[in-house]
Ligand binder design. Structure first.
Ligand code: NAD
Ligand code: MG
Length: 355
């Protein structure tokens, strides 16, 4: 039996994870948490809001599935890594904001970290057991979101409803907006850097509208391996929860003869500046990714509230990054302070843009 603590149990990932756990006799849900929705009876231990590490201490799980959205997931990520408890990680923001601390905790704790993000699950499978020096580049695919092909001018005045329709994935609102701005791929670039220890210059982002190829690795001998599958998060969730067993799932096998379209193109970084902002923040290192993430969370929340315009999102992120000097963070408290400062600055900039 594998005892699972599911954080973010009521979200898009959380609900799909419950389906996978229910369908597998060796997976047992021992603890569940949500941010605000009631979850009575979902698991022997439940918690709504508050300090999630308290719940983890009490539950003593074998695996933590962190499917919380945003910076709020960071303490739980660090807790699992420090305690050497296996971590199935959907909450990419925690690795973006706290990458250096997370990697240090992971090394110290010695547990397993299996990504749930589909591109990273794919890359994990492609890289599993291979020496990094044989890798030339890691390629992550982006669907391009609902506004793929539009110019910057074509993005003026797009609405929340326009942004919330994702062409290939059905996800929570924050990541759906991140997919529309391409910040999601920017966060994933930083996530991949910390997960796989690959330099930013060796990670490429490519637009692939049908989301069939999730990641690809080019090796030094000229060979390239790709990971394919229908866009369905139950696959990477099940992979992470049952690793290395790769349990069966109810997902249909890939039908190659039914007209799969595998098209690739370079992202338009002028229309979608968030990708370049994330790459620059990743390369700058220290607390720059934490600042980027906090500013993005504030800007996206304001956009979802119908206040900040869509193009205000990269604006707020860029100006927040320019306003705060990145420093090194020694511990979680340092990051919480940087996150709060970046939220304060981003909040003020957002109000300026709204009025
Ligand atoms: P969602 O908005 O649907 O769900 C978020 C969950 O987090 C909810 O259960 C909510 O109650 C909980 N939560 C929010 N704030 C909390 C807090 N302060 N404390 C405890 N719980 C809190 O989001 P989602 O789409 O399921 O995404 C979850 C995470 O997984 C995000 O980091 C996202 O980037 C990542 N992810 C999601 C998908 C997807 O298909 N949905 C794919 C890849 C990665
Ligand atoms: Mg992804």
């Amino acid at each position: 039996m594998r005892r699972i603590a599911l954080l973010g149990a009521t979200g898009s990932i959380g609900r799909q994870a419950r389906e996978i756990i229910d369908g597998h006799p060796d997976l047992e849900l021992v603890a569940a948490a949500s941010g605000s929705q009631p979850i009575d009876g979902l698991a022997p231990l439940t918690q709504v809001g508050g300090d999630l590490t308290k719940l983890l201490e009490a539950a003593e799980p074998d695996v933590v599935l962190n499917a919380v959205v945003g910076f709020a997931g960071l303490p739980a990520t660090l807790w699992a890594l420090e305690h050497g408890v296996d971590l199935a990680l959907a909450n990419k923001e925690s690795l973006v904001a706290g990458g250096d601390l997370a990697v240090a905790a992971w090394k110290k704790g010695g547990g397993r970290l299996v990504p749930v993000d589909s591109e990273h699950s794919a890359a994990f499978q492609l890289l599993d057991g291979r020496a990094l020096e044989t890798v030339d580049t890691l390629v992550l695919t982006a669907s391009g979101g609902p506004f793929r092909g539009r110019s910057r001018r074509g993005l003026v005045g797009v609405t929340q409803a326009d942004a919330l329709v994702h062409p290939t994935w059905n996800m929570g609102p924050k990541i759906t907006v991140d997919s529309a701005t391409l910040m999601n791929k920017g966060l994933e670039l930083i996530e991949a850097h910390f997960l796989f220890g690959v330099g930013y210059e060796r990670i490429e982002i490519v637009v692939h509208p049908t989301s069939i190829v999730h990641a690809l690795v080019r090796f030094r001998d000229g060979a390239a391996l790709a990971h394919l599958g229908y866009p369905d998060m139950r696959v990477p969730i099940s992979y992470a929860l049952t690793y290395p067993e790769r349990a069966a799932t109810p997902i249909a096998p890939l039908d190659l003869a039914s007209g799969l379209i595998l098209e690739f193109s370079a992202p338009d970084e002028e229309a979608f500046p968030c990708l370049g902002l994330a790459r620059a923040a990743g390369e700058a290192g220290r607390t720059a990714p934490c600042i980027l993430n906090a500013a993005n969370e504030v800007a996206v929340a304001s956009f979802l509230d119908r206040r900040l315009p869509f193009l205000g999102i990269p604006d707020v992120v860029e100006r927040t990054l320019a306003a705060i000097e990145p420093a090194s963070a020694r511990d979680l408290d340092d990051l919480i302070a940087v996150d709060a400062e970046a939220r304060r600055v981003a909040g003020a900039l957002t109000r300026e843009l709204v009025h």
